[in-house]
Design a protein around this ligand. Structure first.
Ligand code: SF4
Length: 624
């Protein structure tokens, strides 16, 4: 019996049959997997068979909010979207914020599972438990802002919350995103999964409430949380005023802002061109996710040239890297315009920028020529070429078609040894940290269940020097296996599953995260957790995700990094000379698997570990 937080209901929609049915959310699933990514991975493992085609009707798209979403807990309006990733073939999970996640709860559901494939372009309209399948013919082919507006008009309700795809998702490019207002489910090609189902959008409206099990307990738990937020000297005033793009200056100073496809990191560090001082000249406002007092989302207006007048939310730090540093683009206004364009087309900004940077390096090396680029001078720094290719990607045109499924797939098509310049892990393009100068962060890229994903085990100890659980030397190797397990489990359990904003973990509450999560969950849901239970839930979710990947054929050999990071020292800056040698990576992996209790040869969870986590049934299912 649910006392609060959870609605206790899952909505299952089958697009092939045009049916919708409500199911009970099993209490044990709630207790063991918390919500968000935890539920997503549990349903994915149990319901999507090994070897399923990620773009086939057998893949499922699972939207899950968290138990704290819709309560008065700040910064909890987030949602995990999970499917088998068409980009990696592994677990595809990404989180988004904004207002859609709470609306799902207000409409009466903890989770929404989308199955099958509609016969024609469709959008789903959910209002307080009433589900309708409507034609999306009118909005098919449209950009994301127009799509959302037209659907709101059609439903005659401007307060409907919408998650939709753009042309990139419709054309099933494997780096397509899902957009909800100014927020994105950016990574792992989940927009392509939505497109493969002929599902243009999900519109949702709810007027329900989320109950709280113990209001007095919640007051006390929230007190500790908000005190830590207020006392954070990073969160206020800097982060609230500048948002994630402020990290550009920091990573330039510490020598890990990746530039020109990782060929000039540290040596070329463009903080003076695209850092905070320049960013602030473009800021015109901000946005807050539901119930967030911080409001880190900055609105920027491009001022110059053909980009003048283009308004975009962000660009976030990762996009400053992907359309700035890694492509060598120094034009702040071009980055703003490219960011807007990617959100309109429904493209992952990280993957698209890194794929273009890869092509730029090939062009400079003569592996790609003007004939391949359709006449574009594809040198680093050419912002016009970058913007042109973004448009081409979404519509699978020109060289954009070659890059539309990511750098790994492009390298396979191009050949000529180009794979060594493709910056990805398991097919997912690298995020904005050159991990040659942050080795636990590198180990996380190598081992995270989604591929190279900063968000699955962010090493804030190395990036920001936060001494939790202890101080670390970012260049050291020893202890990084243990630290990476801790980073992955704590992040999963305190942000991805309860769907709390991860920025708070990094900037304010790291020291109290597990206790605080236990307190908040107990107050809201009535389910009792200790900090150890919270960590174990994180471990359980990471093990189940690993088991899914093992079933898909992933092994220790896939837990690696791009060749460049393993062989070429950083050419300049504060981390000059550092890299992660193959021996160092192996040493860290040995320690990591040992800490995880996994098989050190294969990287697979052992039956003992799975039993310990209550996942005994999984062992026999890890084989195809
Ligand atoms: S800090 Fe930013 S991302 Fe996090 S909840 Fe607030 S506005 Fe959303």
């Amino acid at each position: 019996m649910y006392q609060g937080g959870y609605i206790g209901k899952v909505l299952r929609i089958n697009l092939s049959e045009q049916t919708a049915k409500e199911e009970e959310l099993p209490l044990q699933v709630a207790q063991d997997f918390i919500g968000g990514a935890g539920f997503g991975i549990k349903y994915l493992f149990d319901e999507v068979k090994g070897g399923a085609d990620p773009l086939g009707p057998e893949n499922k798209l699972i939207f899950v909010s968290g138990p704290l979403s819709g309560t008065s807990v700040p910064c909890a309006s987030r949602m995990a979207v999970t499917a088998k990733s068409p980009l990696t073939g592994a677990v595809g999970m990404a989180l988004t914020g904004g207002y859609f996640p709470v609306e799902l709860k207000f409409a009466g559901y903890d989770a929404l599972i989308v199955e099958g494939k509609a016969a024609a372009p469709t959008y789903v309209w959910i209002k307080n438990g009433d589900v309708r399948f409507r034609s999306a013919k009118k909005v098919w082919g449209m950009k994301t802002t127009d799509t959302q507006q037209i659907i709101k008009n059609e439903l005659n309700d401007q307060n409907v919350r919408i998650a939709c795809i753009g042309p990139a998702g419709e054309n099933q490019i494997k780096i397509a995103s899902i957009i909800n207002e100014w927020r994105a489910v950016g990574r792992k090609g989940l927009g392509a999964v939505m497109g493969s189902k002929n599902l243009k959008a999900i519109a949702i409206r709810g007027t329900g409430k989320v109950q709280v099990a113990d209001k007095e307990k919640l007051k006390a738990a929230k007190g500790a949380f908000t005190k830590a937020m207020k006392e954070s000297h990073v969160l206020y005033p800097a982060f609230a005023k500048i948002g994630t793009p402020m990290v550009v200056d920091h990573t330039c100073a510490t020598g890990i802002f990746p530039t020109k496809n990782y060929t000039e990191t540290g040596q070329y560090a463009p903080a003076d061109k695209i850092g905070v001082d320049v960013q602030m000249t473009r800021n015109v406002g901000k946005e807050h996710c539901y119930g967030c007092p911080v409001g880190c989302s900055q609105l920027k207006l491009a001022k110059t040239g053909s980009y003048a007048g283009i308004l975009s939310e962000g660009p976030e730090y990762e996009t400053m890297y992907s359309y700035g540093g890694v492509t060598g683009v120094e034009n702040m206004d071009a980055i703003i315009a490219a960011d807007r364009l990617a959100d309109e087309l429904g493209l992952d900004t990280i993957s698209s920028g890194v794929a273009i940077a890869f092509a730029m390096e090939l062009y400079e090396k003569g592996i790609l020529t003007k004939e391949d680029t359709g006449g574009l001078e594809l040198n680093f720094g050419n912002d016009e070429a970058m913007v042109t290719i973004l448009k081409q990607m979404a519509f699978r045109e020109g060289i954009g078609d070659l890059l539309a499924d990511g750098a790994k797939a492009a390298a396979e098509k191009i050949g000529k040894g180009s794979d060594k310049y493709a910056m990805h892990v398991k097919g997912l393009e690298l995020p904005a940290y050159d991990v040659r100068g942050a080795k636990a962060h590198g180990l996380n890229y190598a081992t995270a269940y989604t591929g190279a994903d900063h968000n699955r085990g962010y090493a804030f100890q190395e990036i920001f020097g936060i001494p939790v659980p202890h101080e670390v030397d970012r260049f050291a190797v020893e202890g990084k296996g243990k630290l990476t397990k801790w980073n992955q489990d704590v992040r999963t359990a305190t942000t991805d599953a309860p769907t709390m904003c991860a920025f708070l973990l990094d900037m304010a509450v790291a020291g109290i995260a597990t206790q605080n999560t236990a307190d908040l969950l107990e107050a809201v849901t009535g389910l009792v957790y200790t900090p150890d239970d919270i960590m174990q839930a994180g471990e359980r979710i990471n093990n189940l995700a690993r088991a899914f990947n093992v079933r898909e054929g992933f092994t220790r050999a896939d837990d690696t990094l791009p060749e460049r990071l393993l062989t070429e020292p950083l050419p300049g800056g504060a981390a000059k000379g550092h890299f992660i040698s193959k021996d160092e990576l192996n040493q860290m992996l040995d320690e990591y698997y040992t800490e995880r209790g996994w098989n050190i040869e294969t990287g697979a969870p052992t039956s003992e570990k799975l039993e310990e986590l209550g996942l005994g049934y999984v062992f026999d299912q890890m084989v195809l």
